[in-house]
Design a protein around this ligand. Structure first.
Ligand SMILES: *Cc1c(COP(=O)(O)O)cnc(C)c1O
Length: 373
């Protein structure tokens, strides 16, 4: 079956290429690009995006779990893959088999991985909790260095690096800038302490999308590019030195167009009633596609270049919008739900969330197809 023309996401690989090109300009010598491709490339579709990233010469990828990592290998990825999240210790040998680097949260977990690995050495990067308070070693400099040296004693582990994750690198607030600097200082102190003891880890990394731009440093081996890769903002209220190009456009077909009279109510709960005769279109996408129900009576979609207000509640698979301002609209026309003009960040603002959640929330039933100009 070819791609069902109901609701689909068009993925613009040129936009991704542009975003990488712009981002790379801010990285110092010695910092290599890592693309964060967890959650199916933030909802963009890894079978579409990953081959393109490899073609662009990307050598490092990060995912959230082993299933995602194995899927990347099944797509033919030859580069390094790091799992930033949790892997049960009983899967230690899968990490070996697929040559995946695992984030290591604490010494007891390292011991468990070590005990479960029979097929070879599990490659790890020690996580250091410098202020995100999520995962990682969180002692003082000396005890974190001790823990890493203890991990290095475990014979079925190969400790190849350490990393930390920023909590507020996306904000230019004075407090946040100071907090981010303190996080950087903490991981660098562990690195310095290890060097003083004669240990130098090949890979020490701490930049995320925002950090790579706002926190220039030559000491992060990798910059872990996530949200900006996909053309959205780490924090839309904090400008970037370039405008990222959104890579996903969500589109759906109009299945019906009709006039409704003044006094007619629309959709579940009758939350909208026409105050005059209007032209109404039914669009074939709903919250089961990941188009947020919170946009009911709030959002707009674009039809023939014109913004059309969503009226009534968004249903599971359909919603209605007022197309009175659009001439000649008919069944089979395409509505753009978000993309370049109305961005996922705009939708997020309307629904009280972040652009990340909007794109990650596009569900599996929505086909991802390559955009053609
Ligand atoms: C998700 C994630 C990133 C990417 O964050 P962005 O804000 O999308 O750049 C980087 N590092 C870690 C550890 C992450 O979990």
């Amino acid at each position: 079956m070819n791609c069902l023309r109901r609701c689909w996401a068009e993925i613009d690989l040129c936009a991704i290429e542009y975003n990488i090109g712009q981002y790379r300009k801010y990285l110092k010598d010695g910092t290599e690009l890592l693309c964060v491709v967890k959650a199916n490339c933030y909802g963009h579709g890894d079978s579409l995006v990953i081959p393109h990233l490899e073609k662009l010469g990307v050598k490092w990828f990060a995912v959230s779990n082993l299933v995602e990592a194995e899927h990347l290998r099944s797509l033919g990825v030859k580069g390094e893959i790091i799992i930033l999240g949790y892997t049960p210790e009983e899967n230690a040998d899968d990490l070996v088999k697929y040559n995946i680097i695992q984030a290591c949260t604490e010494y007891p977990y390292a011991v468990k991985l070590n005990e479960n690995a029979a097929a070879g050495k599990v490659r790890i990067h020690a996580a250091i909790d410098t202020g995100m308070t999520r995962i990682g070693l969180h002692g003082d400099t000396a005890s974190d260095a001790d823990d890493i040296q203890k991990m290095m004693q475990l014979e079925n582990l190969s400790v190849e690096g350490m990393f930390t994750h920023y909590a507020v690198a996306d904000s230019r607030d004075e407090d946040c800038v100071a907090y981010t600097r303190a996080q950087t200082d903490k991981i660098l102190a562990v690195d310095d302490e290890l060097r003083r003891r004669g240990v130098s880890l090949p890979c020490v990394h701490f930049l995320n999308s925002a950090g790579g731009i706002h926190c220039p440093t030559s000491r992060s081996s990798l910059a872990r590019l996530g949200i900006i890769l996909y053309g959205l903002y780490p924090d839309p209220s904090d400008p970037l030195p370039f405008e990222p190009k959104p890579a996903m456009e969500l589109k759906a077909i109009i299945s019906q167009v009709k006039y409704i009279e003044k006094g007619t109510s629309v959709s579940y709960g009758r939350t909208f009633t026409a105050d005059k005769r209007i032209k109404l279109a039914t669009v074939t996408a709903g919250y089961a596609d990941g188009f947020p129900r919170a946009l009911s009576n709030k959002g707009e979609v674009i039809i023939k270049g014109i913004r059309c207000p969503i009226v009534g509640r968004i249903c599971m698979d359909q919603f209605m919008c007022d197309v009175s301002a659009v001439d000649g609209v008919q069944t089979g026309d395409v509505a753009t739900l978000f993309g370049r003009e109305i961005t996922a960040d705009d939708i997020a603002q309307l629904t009280g969330t972040i652009g990340y959640e909007i794109v990650c929330g596009i569900t599996a039933r929505v086909p991802r197809i390559e955009a053609r100009e």
